[in-house]
Design a protein around this ligand. Sequence first.
Ligand code: NAD
Ligand code: IPM
Ligand code: MN
Length: 352
Amino acid sequence: MKKIALIPGDGIGPEITKETLKVLAKLDLNFEYVEYALGGVAIDKFNSPFPEETKEGVKKADAVLMAAIGGPKYDNLPREMRPETGLLALRQELKTFANIRPAMVFDSLAKLSTLKEEVVKGTDIVVIRELTGGIYFGKPSSNDGFTGINTMIYTKPEVQRIAKVAFEFAQKRDKRLCSVDKANVLNVSQLWRDSVIETAKAYPDVELTHMYVDNAAMQLIKNPKQFDVIVTGNLFGDILSDEASMLTGSIGLLPSASLGDGSLPGLYEPVHGSAPDIAGQGKANPMAMILSAAMMLRYSFSMEKEARILEAAIQAVLDRGIMTADLGGKASTVEIGDALANEVEKMSTVSA
Ligand code: NAD
Ligand code: IPM
Ligand code: MN
């Protein structure tokens, strides 16, 4: 029996969580789900975005599966009380320094992209984002109403441990790694680049290139197929992964895995947020969370077969044109969950 800490969070979070559980229930998993509060709901209930109960609970779990947190109701709270601060604290607590964000274009969606079909078709990128350092956590950090300060800081060991993850991913894929920085301007980026170059010596089979982040943002739209694996810092990775999501058709499709050194549970979360603009309307696309659950099966439990069933079910449902509004479709969140659950049931009977 594996214990999954489940964090439905805010906005569309509870809606997509329900469909994710519906689909997972069709696999033979022997999972126990324990729900914990994080973000806005935790502020409402415990007066803290990352309550003690959640902190203890997630550490005892075998994996953490979350939806999304945040919302306008909490935007004017002091920073330490904001939902986002709770999520950052969760990532720090679990020491998940490596955030894996794959952006793969399903063939049946290429024509739906806001970019030209021939530009996006066949795109298959993994953004590896450093998640527990950089400007998100650097000190000093303050805002006295006149001066606002954040500090972008990386140490060589921090860069090299994420670079190692990225090289190992590249080795299992097309063996091309692009490190994205701003070394033409920032000291922290020069340190980043020098450290990645040093790490590269252990991976002679991987072709390493470097790109400035402004150019990378442009190249992702111009010719996304030039990229295989991208490794970058916390802030640049946050921005580039949202950008990469639009190559696939919608941010409602992008999953992620946040991993540490393996001594603590992995955290699995969609790239998107709580989408307050569509919350409670049954319009949210649950696929990013379901694909995040597939990553959980793969990376935390080595259940490759089950992970692939979830991914194949998503592919099959998209191929049939069953989609939520973010992809131009008419299906509701629940209808997507039902269609996926049916598909998974069929596939697991065939493969059993
Ligand atoms: P967002 O990702 O929530 O939404 C951006 C746009 O994408 C919206 O138009 C939304 O409707 C759409 N969208 C997002 N997910 C979707 C889905 N699954 N299906 C259909 N459409 C979807 O980003 P935002 O509006 O900038 O942020 C809203 C809140 O979420 C903020 O409080 C922010 O801090 C928080 N946030 C949380 C996370 C997280 O929990 N990991 C990530 C990003 C943003
Ligand atoms: C993400 C989000 C978070 C981040 C916020 C909500 C703290 O945008 O997971 O991409 O910036 O990391
Ligand atoms: Mn983000």
